[in-house]
Ligand binder design. Structure first.
Ligand code: ARG
Length: 566
């Protein structure tokens, strides 16, 4: 996306041997606002021009005889050429654009005709939806909305973990200790419980493991009874997680999980064989990746069983053929780095030029106080429990701060769930984080509730102040440092979205929203609205409304609701 002011400035600058585009790219927005709105560092040209940066900067500044509006001044300082622009121009332009576009401010057409597949959440059937799946779910959902905003067609895929020997174990456990009636009544809880029980019991009675293997074989062979139970477990799991997905505003276009690829691996393996890429190693089929400093990619075990990687390979081909994706993203924890590097490499070795459009969007761990978790021992932190607790605590805070608020429960749901989502995406993806309820629910911190609260403030201001008149506006009411700071951020919003998409970093949006709220609150403290002359009041209300619109759109991209009052 071309920045209009930056382009006007780039057009003013002529340097022998440097293209207009290079100049455009070299222009920076200085951290110190006093330096100007844009600044050209001249160090990078000294080799080419055989001159000191200070001299180059002076030469450039002197060469610009007439300025193009909205540029108002140019000056050389310490090897930089600094440019100032008319603030009023930006103020009017940005506010007008947000007023007109509303929630579509920041939309673009860059993705037109392109499809992005996003593999996220990808939970495991019959296992609890625990906090380990929180990041992939909300980051994936956010990237989905962000790409959509940029005009891409998105395909959200829940690559269900619905394959593996554990399903044999579950059938054995189910037959021994459970009934369909109980399963339908109790749901997931009982599935987890019998799975844990299986592990305890099989330590005492190893024959259980043999039975489990037999049942798994039956699933593989398409035995009716085995498949029926397997599908029942799947149904129960999906029905239950759906509640959590709704709370998180997450949806999918496809639930094609691992089992979907049962009959789609053979052609891929045949192709690998044909290309001479498959090696037999101790009876197993592998792709040797020694040259690339990686252990071999194991695709078929010596007993003929296929693996997680085999299914991922088949899935990639399937997705390429079905969706002809421009990009295929895998939002999966960094623990699986090697897995993705390995099979991405296999696709590349098969000569597929689209190998480079596969990306592993890795993220760090979220842990609560007591750290690691294991399904086998049943010691997991359920996502639902985390959400419930956050909502409960929000309700307590809201009841204290605003006892007369209507619909407190509904607001607490939005605030509590929003707080969890916001905090999950507030840091760079790759960082491990420790989750603390008090921290994520702090209404004055860098949190979801702080952003929601600021938004509620904009709404209340707009409703108290009444209608503003867009025709008689005195923009000098916004000619002050606090207003300029808010406008500068509003102007940046579209580029925040493109950056978030390009780097797969939802945290850019959360950080931006906190900055915007901070600057807005500073503006609000320093600039009176009600009681000012109408034209000034109107100008300030237009700004309030623009902030309101951008906050709501930012939160909505993250999957967070914006309560009107809280
Ligand atoms: N089900 C896996 C897990 O929970 C994640 C699957 C990620 N997606 C993929 N295509 N491998 O660890």
């Amino acid at each position: 996306m071309i920045n209009e002011k930056k382009q006007i400035i780039a057009d003013l600058i002529k340097i022998d041997g440097v293209t207009n585009q290079e100049i455009y790219q070299a222009l920076e927005i200085p951290a110190d606002k006093k330096m100007g709105d844009f600044s050209l560092p001249c160090f990078r040209f000294s080799k080419l021009l055989r001159k000191a940066p200070m001299i180059i900067a002076q030469d450039i500044a002197q060469s610009i005889k007439t300025l193009t509006y909205p540029v108002t001044s140019v000056a050389a300082l310490n090897g930089y050429v600094n440019f100032l622009t008319d603030k009023l121009y930006t103020t009017k332009k940005v506010l007008k654009e947000i007023e007109e576009k509303g929630s579509s401010y920041g939309d673009s057409k860059e993705g037109e005709g392109k499809t992005v597949c996003i593999d996220y959440s990808s939970i495991n059937i019959a296992k609890p939806f625990h906090i380990g799946h929180l990041s992939t779910t909300v980051i994936g959902g956010c990237l989905y909305r962000v790409y959509k905003k940029l005009g891409y067609k998105c395909v959200g895929i829940n690559h269900l973990g619905d394959w593996g020997t554990q399903f044999g174990k579950l059938i054995v456990a189910f037959k021994l200790w459970c009934s369909e009636e109980e399963l339908n009544r109790e749901g997931m809880k009982v599935l987890t419980a019998i799975y844990v029980k299986f592990h305890d019991e099989s330590e005492k009675d190893p024959s259980l493991e043999d039975q489990a293997r037999l049942w798994f074989k039956k699933i593989e062979d398409g035995d009716a009874e085995a498949l029926r139970l397997f599908n029942l477990f799947k149904e129960i799991t999906l029905k239950e997680v759906d509640k959590t997905y709704k709370r998180l505003k997450i949806s999918f276009d496809s639930y094609a999980g691992e089992s979907f690829y049962n009959d789609k691996m053979e052609p891929v393996l045949a192709e690998l064989e044909k290309e001479g890429l498959l090696e037999i190693s101790e009876g197993a089929k592998v792709v040797n990746l020694e040259k690339y400093d990686m252990p071999p990619c194991l695709l078929v075990k010596n007993d003929g069983a296929t693996l997680y990687a085999t299914r991922d390979l088949a899935a990639a081909f399937y997705r390429k053929n079905t969706y002809d994706f421009y990009k295929c993203l895998y939002v999966v924890a960094y623990q699986q780095n090697l897995h993705f590097r390995q099979w991405f490499k296999v696709i590349e070795l098969m000569g597929m030029d689209w190998a480079k459009s596969l990306s592993h969007v890795a993220f760090g761990m979220v842990s609560l106080e007591d750290g690691a978790m294991s399904t086998r021992r049943g010691k997991v932190v359920l996502l639902e429990d985390v959400l419930n607790k956050a909502v409960e605590k929000s309700l307590a805070i809201i009841s204290e701060k605003n006892p007369n608020l209507d619909n407190k429960e509904a607001v607490a749901e939005k605030v509590g769930v929003g707080a969890v989502i916001f905090s999950t995406m507030y840091n760079n993806r790759i960082k491990d984080t420790v989750f603390s309820y008090d921290k994520v629910l702090n209404f004055d911190g860098e949190t979801g509730p702080y952003v929601q609260y600021t938004n509620a403030r904009t709404i209340s201001l707009l409703s108290k102040a009444g209608k503003y008149d867009i025709k008689s506006v005195d923009y000098s009411g916004l000619d002050n440092e606090e207003s300029h700071a808010v406008i500068a951020l509003l102007e940046k919003f579209p580029s925040i979205i493109t950056d978030a998409a390009e780097k797969y970093e939802p945290c850019y949006i959360g950080r931006f929203l906190v900055d915007l709220c901070r600057e807005f609150n500073r503006f609000y403290l320093a600039n009176r609205i009600i009681g000012e002359p109408d034209a000034v009041k109107s100008a300030r209300l237009i700004l309030v409304d623009a902030v309101h619109k951008v906050i709501e759109e930012g939160l909505s991209l993250m999957g967070i609701s914006s309560p009107e009052k809280m």
